[in-house]
Design a protein around this ligand. Structure first.
Ligand code: GCU
Length: 449
């Protein structure tokens, strides 16, 4: 088990964090090599299904001298400035009423995201049986809290060779007298000896901040039910649904599968008397920020979302030439997040051939509140401005539904707090971390909870 965690960490963590990890054992090396081989084979198999023989190369984020070095020049960042229109039907007619949004335009956008970007979730996903495996008391900061460790057993009768268990924990203030709002995070798995670097002058962590408000928090481990690599696509919940076979080009990718798990956790919260299930939010950082945005877009029961540094494949416009590109996400190390069809946009098609863009993913969350955040130093890869542009462009859908957009047309200065509307945005001055934006997000959430 420990080996699995360490392997996961090597596949998941950005290089800067990996540098602090203990060296790999030969056993871990061979497991990693096997996973990479299987991933490349699955990627190749999907290229075969799509009839693609070559892909454009992604941007190089680590070597500014490389011929394909990532672009960080705003003058070159918007080769396709005209975005698909969220409020225009495919037949060219404008959407002018909430009714037309819900009954006509929104389903068109969902269909495009399903087919081309995140893949279709199967209609008959199995039941999940939640088991409380342990309950314990703890104190976080000065707040006594109750921790429940949960496992969601996924019914695998359709293909017993694959066993899937969802790991979740729920922490609520011990002294709560009524059900509390809960923020659920997609959690990174940490091997026992590994910690995120401490942040200089960091105050209390997000968990403590939430408990001090009288709210609870939950941590869902996405990699417990769907691995973060292409090798895992024939395993986990995606593999279970496909009976261990490869995906079809419009089958769901890992982000959509992680979002499915978040919905199953919400099913559990609806039955737990400690939780006010009408006030459950979803949060994720980086690849899990992408997953959190997908979860919020597709699951109407999530009341609010904090999407941190989600970048490419998340809130960043696919049409932006800045930092990470469509081509990076389509490559063997990341394509599993998406539908196979997404790879087409890295060759033979181009970014502008996408019928939709990420402002429309944010629009699918409307009218519910969404906070989009990012960092600064060391976080350029995720394209803070490309995410802001998407938030700004989603505003017209919020307004049509009687809500408020982000309230600023231009990319704001660092640390400007935009939380007066129902779409919120803030770029903090720290690096690639959700930490510094938590207090601002909580302030935003207070308007609703
Ligand atoms: C890589 C990847 C990003 C992702 C990030 C992370 O940098 O290119 O798309 O968000 O890892 O999850 O930390």
């Amino acid at each position: 088990m420990k080996n699995r965690f360490v392997l996961l960490a090597f596949l998941v963590y950005p290089a800067t964090l990996l540098a602090q990890m203990p060296p790999r054992t030969p056993e871990q090396d061979s497991l990693l090599a096997r996973t990479q081989r299987k991933t490349r084979a699955d990627h190749q198999q999907m290229l075969g299904q799509l009839g693609i023989t070559s892909l454009r190369t992604g941007a190089n984020g680590s070597n500014p001298q490389a011929p394909n070095a990532a672009n960080y020049d705003e003058a070159l960042a918007n080769p396709f400035p005209k975005l698909p229109e969220a409020l225009t039907l495919k037949n060219g007619k404008k959407v002018k009423t909430a009714k037309d949004w819900w009954s006509r335009r929104r389903p068109e956008i969902v269909e495009d995201f399903d087919r081309e970007i995140y893949g279709r979730m199967p209609a008959n996903t199995p039941k999940v049986q939640w088991e409380v495996v342990a309950v314990s008391d703890t104190v976080i900061g000065v707040v006594p809290a109750k921790v429940k460790k949960l496992v969601g057993h996924v019914d695998n009768s359709r293909y017993p060779a694959i066993n899937v268990d969802i790991q979740l924990s729920l922490t609520t203030p011990a002294q709560a007298t009524k059900p509390v709002p809960v923020m659920m995070e997609f959690g990174f798995v940490f091997p026992p000896s590994f910690r995120m670097p401490a942040q200089p002058n960091a105050g209390p962590g997000w968990q403590q901040q939430l408990l001090e408000k009288g709210w609870g928090f939950a941590v869902l481990l996405p990699t417990s039910f769907q691995a973060d690599n292409g090798a895992g696509l024939t395993e986990g919940i995606i593999g279970l649904m496909n009976k261990g076979q490869h995906r079809k080009p419009d089958d769901w990718g890992t982000l959509r599968a992680w979002a499915w798990g978040a919905s199953r956790a919400l099913d559990y919260f609806e039955k737990d008397k400690d939780v006010d299930a009408k006030k459950v939010g979803i949060e994720g950082h980086s690849r899990f920020g992408k997953a959190a945005l997908v979860a919020m877009a597709y699951e109407p029961r999530f009341a609010i979302a904090y999407i941190s540094s989600s970048g490419a494949g998340g809130a960043k416009l696919h049409r932006r030439n800045w930092g990470e590109l469509v081509e990076n996400v389509a490559a063997a190390n990341e394509y599993h997040w998406m539908a196979g069809n997404y790879i087409k946009y890295a060759g033979p098609l181009g970014w502008d051939d996408l019928p939709i863009d990420s402002h429309e993913l944010i629009a699918l969350c409307a009218p519910r509140p969404v906070f989009i955040g990012s960092g600064d130093k060391g976080d350029a890869w995720i394209d803070a401005k490309g995410m802001f542009m998407a938030v700004a462009a989603a505003g017209e859908v919020y307004e049509l539904l009687g809500k408020k957009g982000v309230g600023a047309p231009e990319f704001p200065a660092l640390e400007t707090t935009l939380i007066s509307g129902d779409l919120a945005y803030r770029q903090h001055a720290g690096g690639h971390t959700p930490g510094p934006n938590w207090p601002t997000f909580i302030q935003f959430a207070e308007k609703y909870f």
